[in-house]
Design a protein around this ligand. Structure first.
Ligand SMILES: [Zn+2]
Length: 248
């Protein structure tokens, strides 16, 4: 793990940025338990695995996409919490790692406790993926949103269940309902509530172009600093997904 990508927010909570996705690890005061939100993939998953010493591990996956779940297999004994999806998709993306022990359904809200921290998990249903959950560390006012928010980059639209209109509604809900100071996006640097507003503006811009293509040039300019992802993440792709939903 590149040291620059490890953010120690306090004695017990560390954010590992990048290497697939951003991950959060909360370790109990006695060092015996850890809660991991999203496990990365490939060599970054292994590097993070080597840094986690707690014998008892709970994994929360914000969603099943492989850059967030492929590392699960490195923790065969872990208790896994994640949303219900087509299990063939789960098997493929997670590299056939164990299916969740605790399966959440759209609308479910559960709370885990570790020392004096309450960890709220909300299953919000299909938006970026087939089923997206967010995780709120109440005492720390830290919110992990998976890929519902990405920073300085175009969202990767890869899932045929992507539902942009629901995604935009969920951003409204996150902005309205949750009092948080720190935002851990799925990809990109740590941020705060302002980034939820930026993501909303991004979708509003894509939506404006979807209904009036003459606005493409001007709207694109506002996001020209964003990095794109080969084939699956660009302003054009977001607009075409937007258009498909409008035409439905
Ligand atoms: Zn994703």
């Amino acid at each position: 793990m590149n040291r620059g990508n490890v953010r120690v927010l306090d004695k017990n909570l560390v954010v590992y940025l990048g290497g697939g996705c951003n991950s959060v690890v909360l370790t109990s005061i006695d060092g015996k338990e850890a809660i991991i939100v999203d496990t990365k993939w490939l060599s970054s998953a292994k590097r993070m695995r080597n840094l986690i010493k707690a014998p008892k591990v709970t994994i929360i996956n914000t969603h099943f996409h492989m850059d967030h779940s492929r590392g699960n297999g490195l923790y065969p004994e872990a208790h896994v919490v994640s949303g219900e999806v087509n299990w063939r998709h789960w098997d493929f993306d997670s590299g056939k790692s164990k299916r969740p022990d605790r399966i959440l359904r759209t609308g479910d809200k559960i709370v885990l406790k570790l020392d004096d921290e309450l960890i709220h998990i909300w299953d919000l249903g299909p938006a970026h993926s087939e089923n997206d959950s967010i995780v709120f560390f109440e005492k720390r006012k830290l919110l992990v949103v998976g890929d519902l928010v990405v920073v300085n980059q175009h969202p990767v639209l890869i899932d045929k269940n992507t539902n942009l209109s629901m995604w935009r509604q969920l951003l409204d809900l996150i902005e309205r309902e949750i009092e948080f100071d720190t935002l851990v996006p799925g990809h990109g640097p740590l941020s705060d509530k302002a980034e939820v507003l930026t993501m909303k503006r991004y979708f509003a811009a894509a939506s404006a172009v979807a209904s009036d293509s003459t606005k493409f040039g001007i709207e694109k300019q506002n996001f020209q600093m964003y990095s794109s992802f080969p084939v699956f993440g660009s302003f054009r792709r977001t607009i075409s997904f937007m258009r498909r939903e409008i035409e439905k």
